[in-house]
Design a binder for this molecule. Structure first.
Ligand code: ADP
Ligand code: MG
Length: 236
């Protein structure tokens, strides 16, 4: 299918009109911006995985998502594509500050997410940063204020919220909690509670985990608003 070049408003109309009940097989079946479409193409992502095909259309429409799908099912793109798109359609610029915060339980996972973001986001103009410790707090602080999208670990993020005076989260549009089950298992409940408390109430939240546990549903109750449930079972 050939993709027309569409401007932001046309893209928004296409997203509004998107019928989430229809079947989405490929990224080009979705109303995506040219920068995201070319980033995906250049990274050789063409066919949607199950969790992507269910979650991305809903997330593009601004819904909160509670997603459960096993490791390896493609959850990273299920949230990164909506993050890029929802900021793009709002014409987010460097002057708008932090638009999306992605929280991951470990440094390694945060780095992986950041690398995928850099690949598929390469044609976008957003600034993106990785906040996982390992460099001085001050060094991170200087970069924080200029970032549109941050990938972080819970402890380090909380440290910045407490200590970085210039760190503004008032404009935040999207919060992503990835590997929520591991976040909770690793004892980050209090940190996440404190972070979520700092964030604007009016935002979109996407929560993904490999398993559905009691702790995850507790976290979901606290952080999501009227979520759509997306769960992908192993095929029989
Ligand atoms: P999860 O977070 O669910 O464990 P990942 O997002 O890390 O899964 O993806 C697992 C693997 O599948 C990665 O190597 C990724 O590049 C690949 N992958 C994800 N989505 C697609 C896709 N739509 N097409 C092809 N490969 C994909
Ligand atoms: Mg993952």
């Amino acid at each position: 299918r050939k993709r027309d070049v569409v401007d932001h408003e046309k893209l928004q109309n296409l997203v509004d009109e998107l019928d989430i009940k229809s079947e989405f097989k490929e990224f080009c079946d979705l109303p995506l911006s040219q920068p995201t479409a070319s980033g995906l193409e250049a990274s050789h992502f063409k066919t949607l995985t199950d969790v992507q095909s269910k979650a991305v259309p809903l997330a593009l429409k601004g819904k909160d998502i509670l997603g459960a799908a096993k490791t390896g099912s493609g959850k990273t793109l299920a949230f990164l594509v909506p993050v890029l798109e929802n900021l793009y359609r709002q014409k987010w610029t460097e002057f708008d500050g932090l638009g999306a915060l992605i929280i991951s339980p470990t440094r390694e996972l945060a780095i992986q997410i950041f690398e995928v973001l850099r690949k598929i986001g390469r044609h976008h103009t957003f600034s993106a940063g990785l906040i996982i410790g390992g460099r001085s707090l001050q060094e991170e602080q200087e970069r924080l204020g200029r970032m549109n999208i941050l990938v972080c670990t819970p402890g380090r993020m909380l440290q910045h919220m407490d200590q970085t005076a210039a760190f503004e989260v008032d404009n935040l549009q999207m919060l992503v909690l990835d590997e929520a089950d591991r976040i909770m298992d690793m004892g980050f409940q209090t940190a996440i509670d404190a972070i979520v408390e700092h964030l604007p109430k009016k935002r979109q939240t996407l929560l993904f985990s490999a398993t559905q546990t009691k702790r995850v549903s507790d976290l979901a109750r606290l952080s999501l608003k009227d979520p759509e449930y997306v769960s992908v079972h192993e095929s029989a």
